[in-house]
Design a protein around this ligand. Structure first.
Ligand code: ADP
Ligand code: ASP
Ligand code: MG
Length: 417
């Protein structure tokens, strides 16, 4: 008998029919003799719809109320799934994040889990129930409901798996596993049998929506056996683990893209010590994360520099920049939003010179200019015009020898985004 955490994403529980299919799958697993803790996301596009609703009422929704609102999506799912499972004649009980003992820091909209007290889950399991937990939510020490950031149900699942020492955490989604890139963009993407925590963490941080970055962090830290597979078929999926065997000759193992990027440029910045510290210090004080930074050479004592922030932080960042203008004395600030950051990732990159050069050549051969670049030991990222995103992802996929002869099988619906 194994203890299994099974997580089902929004599209897997998008309507009553799918909910029944998920219930059936969980019931089969239970009847094979396993104990099951199930984590579910909000149904279909519920979270987006709730955000739209809030935006119709206010420009700047209070973060506390936003969490109160968004956490309802997952509560609908757990209640319905519990009912569906009970229809199959199995015992089931649904829990909110709080009831499941999930505690978070006192931060709204992207709280981190601080600890999990799983006594109630254990009691329910021992009583023979299938336990269903609302993903993406927790509660602070002062009793406030929090959410874990978009896509955060993956993190709920992995953190729970660590807390109850589950044998495996299975993330069921609408594709067959983790691919070399998003199989919805590249039809010849290759499915990976396994991938290392580090590479997956990098891909997730760089925008690969298939796993929430914090879920991968937890899995690595607590050594959780993590599998990503389709909720629409029985195919084996992808195993995320410590060291993955690298395929011969593959230097780049994945390509990710992130549309959540805005560029800010400061033009004509007087070249004197401490300027960068002033700008980024002020942004940090406002909790604004800065990603890529590029500074031009100094001409006539003036420099230009550009950096990226997330779209959600752009307005706030521009206000911060305006406020420090008297101190930094730059000539002008500009911003741009229709951008995407495309990244190549691979542990094999360290020992292979020329990997970045190939990326730049491939992009320039398409007649596209690269706006910002950043590199680390296992990744290179380029920011380009969003209109050319798919062309670049496909060209890079081919250039690094990742195309397969077979079409990627996509298990779920094609029309979501
Ligand atoms: P869920 O609702 O199950 O959490 P998500 O939409 O969050 O599903 O994540 C699954 C989606 O991630 C897929 O439909 C796919 O389009 C996208 N994706 C992006 N990069 C990858 C990748 N490298 N491998 C697989 N899927 C990816
Ligand atoms: N429902 C949340 C979201 O859409 C959490 C999740 O699906 O993981 O972001
Ligand atoms: Mg997700």
């Amino acid at each position: 008998m194994a203890l299994i955490v099974m997580k089902f994403g929004g599209s897997s529980v998008g309507d009553a029919e799918r909910m029944k299919r998920v219930a059936n799958r969980v019931v089969q697993t239970k009847r094979e003799g396993h104990q099951c803790v199930v984590v579910v996301s909000a149904m279909g596009d519920t979270t987006d719809d709730l955000i739209d609703l809030a935006n119709q009422l206010t420009e700047q929704a209070p973060a506390r109320e936003m969490d109160m609102l968004l956490s309802t999506g997952e509560q609908v799912s757990v209640a319905l799934l519990s009912m569906a499972i009970q229809q199959f004649g199995e015992q089931a009980v649904s829990f909110t994040g709080w009831q499941a003992g999930i505690h978070t820091e006192e931060v709204h909209s992207k709280a981190r889990i601080t600890d999990i007290q799983p006594a109630r889950i254990h009691r329910a399991l021992e009583g023979g129930s299938i336990v269903i937990v609302a993903g993406f939510q927790g509660m602070t020490a002062s009793g406030e409901i929090t959410t874990l950031g978009r896509g955060g149900s993956d993190t709920t699942a992995v953190a729970l798996a660590a807390a109850i020492e589950a044998d495996v955490c299975e993330i069921f989604t609408d594709v067959d596993g983790i691919y070399s890139t998003d199989p919805r963009i590249v039809k010849v993407a290759r499915k990976l049998q396994e991938i290392s925590y580090d590479e997956m963490l990098e891909l997730a941080n760089l925008g690969a929506a298939v796993l929430h970055p914090r879920a991968v962090e937890y899995a690595k830290h607590y050594n959780v056996k993590l599998v990503v597979r389709s909720s629409f078929n029985q195919n084996p999926g992808t195993l995320v683990k410590e060291e993955a065997t690298m395929e011969q000759g593959i230097v780049v193992s994945g390509i990710a893209y992130d549309k959540n990027v805005a560029r800010i440029s400061l033009l004509g910045v007087p070249d004197k010590p401490g300027q960068l510290a002033t700008v980024f210090g002020a942004l940090a004080t406002e909790q604004i994360d800065v990603d890529l930074i590029v500074q031009s050479g100094v001409i006539g004592g003036l420099a230009d520099f550009s950096f990226t922030v997330s779209l959600g932080d752009l307005q706030k960042a521009l206000q911060v920049i305006e406020a420090i203008k008297p101190k930094v004395e730059f000539r002008a600030a500009t911003s741009e939003t229709d951008l995407v950051k495309i990244s190549i990732v691979g542990a094999g990159m360290v020992s292979n010179p020329g990997v970045a050069a190939k990326m730049f050549e491939t992009i320039s051969a398409l007649g596209i200019s690269i706006q910002l670049v950043s590199t680390s030991e296992i990744k290179v990222s380029c920011v380009i015009d969003i209109a050319r995103q798919n062309d670049v992802v496909r060209a890079l996929h081919t250039a690094y020898g990742l195309d397969t002869s077979e079409q990627a099988f996509v298990g779920g619906p094609q029309d979501r985004r």
